[in-house]
Ligand binder design. Structure first.
Ligand code: 7TS
Length: 408
């Protein structure tokens, strides 16, 4: 893998910001888009645009074929079957759909959902709210010192009443990686299913839902080099087959009378209305692109950069780095400059052409536990290189010195 060559495939990264080389290290928020994805979306609109699953003319058949081909590409990325992929607007919608449909059916008094205090709000709130409505209990796994969810901690709270274990594969704040394979076995022994928030893992590492025993997996197109407004929910075939739709309307039915309806099979029964066809085409192209580059290579490359960044940041006196002390297994590095608000850090870094996210990262409970109202976060991806690490470290050093001067 050649990050310099890869970088040139992303038109936006050829730009300069504030007269500086653009150091984009906010891929956990959203990724940049390669030319092949932009071309696929454009080609769809220019050559094949029509509504799907309804037109009888050739153009409509091509649009439908493009959409279903994209489903197969996305399925291939996670080693699922195409019929096990529901297209959604993104991870947030995938998790809401899952909680409303599966959760609505499986939860009730005497049952519980197990999750963790480190979840993104989009993997907490859907379960919190459905549990409240259904009179079910929401249980939390104890995090270890490093903020890690361990299989032992999950086993300690799972019992015969557990119906769903819902956990992120990779934390968007700590960058910790959860052993979802071991946790799937624990959930299954208790008769529960494992739902994985893969927003920060599917774009960054090889993923095999069969091998890991994952029952549901939610992910977003925009974090994996695809367009915004498209994502997926993988669901094991037998489980999707037993789930009721959440959105009712056109194209998800078999037969409708004024007082009743029957619905298509999964996944189409979950995709009421005209879907984001161009988005799906773009996400399919992104899935192909990532596989061509190689997910193992991408993972190795970005963790190397993240470890170099974390080591460099730790060496800057007055900088606190969160997350694992030792080797990092993801591209996420969260930090603070002592005494400087993270938003000020991010604003100052922008002056050096460095884009980082600052805030609570949609993980308020975790931030309370860290004892930090907000943090700055750098997150690396396939198009970053050693120059990005150097630019980030130099900018953080300069920012720290700047605030020392104005404070002192
Ligand atoms: N789950 C995790 C672990 C995430 O990091 C995010 C987005 C989501 C779910 C929601 O994904 P969406 O595509 O539906 O928005 N995380 C972030 C972030 O860390 N900074 O901006 C968005």
């Amino acid at each position: 893998m050649n990050p310099v060559a890869l970088r040139s495939e992303f038109p936006l990264l050829r730009r300069y910001e504030n007269g500086k080389r653009l150091c984009y290290v906010d891929s956990a928020a959203t990724s940049q888009k390669p030319q092949v994805v932009l071309d696929a979306v454009r080609r769809y609109y220019v050559e094949d645009n029509a509504n799907v699953h309804r037109g009888v003319y050739d153009l409509a058949a091509r649009a439908t074929q493009d959409y279903e081909d994209a489903r197969a590409e996305v399925a291939g990325l996670v080693h699922a079957e195409p019929e096990e992929i529901v297209f959604t607007r993104g991870t947030t919608e995938s998790l809401n759909l899952l909680a409303l449909s599966y959760g609505g059916q499986a939860l009730g008094p005497g049952t519980n959902v197990v999750t963790s205090p480190a979840e993104h709000h989009s993997n907490l709130l859907p379960w919190q709210q459905v549990a409240l409505r259904r009179g079910a209990e929401l249980r939390f796994v104890e995090l270890d010192e490093a903020g890690q969810v361990t299989p032992d901690a999950v086993a300690a709270v799972v019992d015969g009443g557990t119906r769903v274990v819902a956990l992120a594969h990779v934390s968007n704040v700590m960058g910790t990686v959860t052993d979802v394979g071991a946790i799937a076995a624990i959930a299954h022994r208790a008769g529960a299913i494992l739902a994985v928030d893969g927003a920060q893992s599917v774009p960054h590492m090889p993923m095999d839902v069969r091998q890991l025993g994952i029952d549901f997996l939610a992910f977003s197109g925009h974090k994996m080099c695809g367009p915004t407004g498209i994502g997926a929910l993988y669901g094991r075939r037998e489980l999707l087959a037993g789930m009721s739709p959440v959105y009712y309307g056109g194209e998800m039915i078999e037969e409708v009378t004024l007082t009743s309806a029957t619905f298509k099979e999964a996944p189409w029964r979950f995709e009421g209305g005209t879907p984001n066809i161009a988005g799906a085409v773009g996400m399919g192209a992104a899935a192909r692109f990532l596989q061509e580059v190689g997910l193992s290579e991408i993972h190795r490359h970005e963790t190397e950069l993240a470890n170099a960044a974390a080591d460099g940041l730790r060496r800057i006196e007055g900088v606190t780095v969160y997350g694992p002390e030792g080797h990092r297994e993801s591209g996420v590095v969260t930090f603070n400059i002592d005494g400087v608000h993270a938003h000020d850090v991010a604003t100052a870094l922008d002056q050096h052409g460095v884009c980082v996210r600052a805030g609570h990262h949609c993980c308020q409970p975790l931030m309370r536990r860290l004892g930090a109202a907000s943090t700055a976060r750098a997150s690396f991806y396939l198009y970053n290189d050693a120059e990005d690490v150097r630019q980030l470290l130099a900018a953080v050093q300069a920012t720290k010195e700047f605030f020392r001067r104005v404070a002192g």
